[in-house]
Write a protein that binds this ligand. Structure first.
Ligand code: GAR
Length: 208
């Protein structure tokens, strides 16, 4: 049984999708813990109500990024996970932290990377006149919102879309592709080949 630790900062809808699918579909894995960097992260209550261990490492309590990263890693490692999943975790993680979890740290970002790393992705896509947007699940590397791409979803931009409409449409696809990517990882179906990720069953790595 593989152990997954999920890091959140807020409502945790991706965490819910992953933990729910893991339990319903009988993955060879369990969500060992949900850790937040904010004590008021909404997803903590959902996890606790389902008997999942929760912890808070409040970034405000640390004077340096290194000290926060070190305590976060210590907390994560106490659950001995094979996989660490960033699900709306809104803190930049330092290179030493990222290297410690190399090859077992996944993130989801609400854009078609490498387009629009960083914040306000949907606003920026609308301003750029994009006709399609989406979300990306990727292995984390020290460069922000970069790293080998596991799966992407592609979503049309419709006439009249605003940031909220676009974000809601993309989020629905996040709840499909992130659980699938995590399932592939725990089933040993992902192979990292340099900057590329191969799905060993040949399954499609894009949701259209
Ligand atoms: C999701 O849209 C996720 O892609 C995004 O935050 C949201 C979290 O929602 N992540 C990032 O922007 C990371 N750069 P959730 O808490 O309901 O899963």
């Amino acid at each position: 049984m593989q152990r997954i630790v999920i890091l959140i900062s807020g409502r945790g809808s991706n965490m819910e999708a992953i933990a729910g699918r893991c339990a319903e579909q009988g993955w060879p894995a369990q969500v060992a813990a949900v850790i937040a960097n904010r004590p008021d992260a909404g997803g903590l209550g959902w996890a606790a109500a389902r008997g999942i261990a929760t912890a808070v490492v409040d970034h405000k309590a640390y004077t340096s990024r290194e000290a926060f990263d070190a305590e976060l890693a210590r907390t994560i490692d106490s659950f001995e996970p094979q996989l660490v999943v960033l699900a709306g975790f809104m803190r930049v993680l330092g290179a030493a932290f990222v290297r410690h979890y190399e090859g077992r740290l996944l993130n989801i970002h609400p854009s078609l990377l490498p387009a629009f790393p960083g914040l306000h992705t949907h606003r920026r896509a609308l301003q750029a006149g994009c006709k399609a947007v989406g979300a990306t699940v990727h292995f984390v590397t020290p460069e922000l919102d970069h790293g080998p791409i596991v799966m992407q979803s592609v979503v049309p931009v419709l006439p009249g879309d605003d940031e909220d409409a676009l974000s809601a449409r993309v989020l629905k696809t996040e709840h499909v592709i992130y659980p699938l990517a995590v399932r592939w990882f725990v089933e040993g179906k992902l192979k990292l080949e340099g900057a590329l990720v191969r799905q060993l069953d040949g399954a499609s790595q894009v949701l259209l």
